[in-house]
Design a protein around this ligand. Sequence first.
Ligand code: C2E
Ligand code: MG
Ligand code: MG
Ligand code: MG
Length: 278
Amino acid sequence: QAKISGSSGWCFFDTSMPEQVRERSEIDAGLRIALEQDQFVLHYQPQVDDDGRILGAEALVRWLHPQQGMISPGRFVPIAEQNGLILPLGNWVLWAACRQLAHWADDPRLAHLTLAVNVSANQLAQADFVDRVLAALTETGAPAKRLKLELTESALAQEIESVIDKMNQLKEHGVSFSLDDFGTGYSSLNYLNRLPLDQLKIDQSFVQGMLQDTNSAEIAQMIVLLAERMGLSVLAEGVETPDQQVALQKRGCHQFQGYLFGRPMPAEEFERMLLGRD
Ligand code: C2E
Ligand code: MG
Ligand code: MG
Ligand code: MG
């Protein structure tokens, strides 16, 4: 028998526990060490316009595990959200992203790029969230206007007045907001109307479904119209084929992200892609 410390105190397990539970415990314990030893890295996935011009990137965190190699955030972010480690991890991401933005700001060929950073519900709920973001911007020298925070609908399932207030404070400094995975959560249209958002992100499930089923296509269309009516921009994620891009363009979407334009990649590779030398 072994024991590990979880967010709710001590829990015991033995070697007969299901594989999934064991993996979870390993990740839980490993994350603490990973934070101390700086085992995380950001990859950058291009966001492009109709002509394929790169407008910016989304920063996606990866865990470079000394034994297991690269671990995708789908495996550890949900666990970090449960055990509280998303707060130090999210802060690390924010600082790393701001350092990257500050670096781009120094190069006239890269200074126009925006960087989208995912923010979890627990991070946004912190009383000092605004101060943390402003500190990262100020101390790295990153331009606030180039920082875009991606929230999910679950991040908005907290006291809405406080969320609106935090968003407005950051917007005063030039930070913008995008609603990630839109249509997959529980957002009420009433909240949507009150949030000072700048962009809706069409979830990849609709993008990938839109050539197969009419429902996905209708939902994608509805999101574009909703964004237009609300004066927001709209970006489709998970675009993998030219046919999907054309279908989105026909429905009025003109910003894209997906394997068709580039996978998430290390900063150096992203910059090489932009500067067009290999
Ligand atoms: P997300 O924010 O919706 O990010 C998009 C995910 O879709 C990324 O997976 C990306 O690699 C993947 N993707 C992009 N284009 C395509 C495509 O054309 N086809 C397909 N099939 N997939 C595509 P990734 O990097 O594994 O991230 C998964 C999720 O983990 C993210 O979803 C986000 O919710 C979370 N995450 C990633 N980085 C962070 C972070 O720094 N902080 C927080 N809080 N969450 C993060
Ligand atoms: Mg995202
Ligand atoms: Mg997304
Ligand atoms: Mg997603």
